[in-house]
Design a protein around this ligand. Structure first.
Ligand code: HEM
Length: 211
């Protein structure tokens, strides 16, 4: 993918996107909790890892390398839900090629993150939620798959990637350490109607303290 040859069509799209980033952590948490209540086996594995690595102490940034299942879970949330469906519209600054396509200077391009994350050539049963697809047999994180770009890539990569992942890898273990999330009978999960981003609609969840 030759994103070195693209530039932003409009500064205002970037500013709009910047304000939208304030909601990304919130949306990630909403997606993550929806996935654990729909997959109780996943919630059990998360709780087991957190108990083993942290016990009852507060998570620290240095714990992240030991929380491989939690990180794989977060990757699977980013992949399956892909709330940035498309990237910011860009245009080629010179004649170029991307894959088999020849693109003259000035051609509009944008990344379809949803297609990357649900391509059956790269992901077995892409609609299935399975954190293990990001793990090796020994339980460590697998190398980042080619078709996985939740924060985009190249010059226009997300500036908040490290911050977002660091925050989520503190918040999620804290939640799974202390709470159990249970699906209420009335549970319904759907997205806000938006072509550019997948934003979860508010939903109800039952929460119990873990012993
Ligand atoms: C889970 C959380 C987040 C995800 C999945 C995410 C995803 C993305 C993606 C896919 C892009 C690139 C879109 C494109 O290629 O056109 C992007 C751009 C950007 N993101 Fe994030 N983002 C997240 C959190 C944040 C946070 C917390 C901040 C700021 C504190 C942030 C700041 C930005 C900025 C400034 C850009 C524009 C970069 C540029 O075009 O030069 N993001 N983000």
């Amino acid at each position: 993918m030759s994103i070195a040859y693209v530039y932003e069509v409009s500064k205002s799209t970037v500013h709009l996107q910047l304000s939208a980033r304030l909601d990304t952590i919130n949306a990630s948490l909403q997606f993550a909790i929806a996935e654990v209540i729909m997959h109780s086996d996943v919630q059990e594995k998360l709780a087991t890892e957190v108990d083993k690595v942290l016990g009852s102490r507060t998570p620290a940034r240095s714990d992240r390398v030991k929380l491989s299942y939690t990180e794989a879970f977060l990757c699977e949330v980013f992949r399956k839900e892909t709330f940035a469906v498309f990237g910011v519209p860009l245009a080629t600054t010179c004649d170029t090629t991307i894959g088999k396509y020849e693109l003259p200077k000035g051609t509009g391009v944008l990344i379809n993150f949803w297609a990357l994350h649900h391509d059956p050539d790269f992901w077995e049963n892409p609609s299935e939620f399975r954190p293990e697809r990001f793990l090796q047999d020994n339980g460590e994180l697998a190398p980042r798959p080619d078709s996985f770009l939740p924060f985009s890539a190249g010059k226009r990569v997300c500036l908040g990637e490290n911050m977002a992942k660091s925050m989520l890898m503190i918040i999620l273990p804290t939640l799974f350490q202390q709470l159990k999330f249970i699906k209420p009978d009335s549970f319904e999960f759907s997205y806000e109607d938006s072509g550019l981003a997948n934003i979860p609609k508010p939903y109800k969840v039952c929460v119990e303290m873990r012993n």
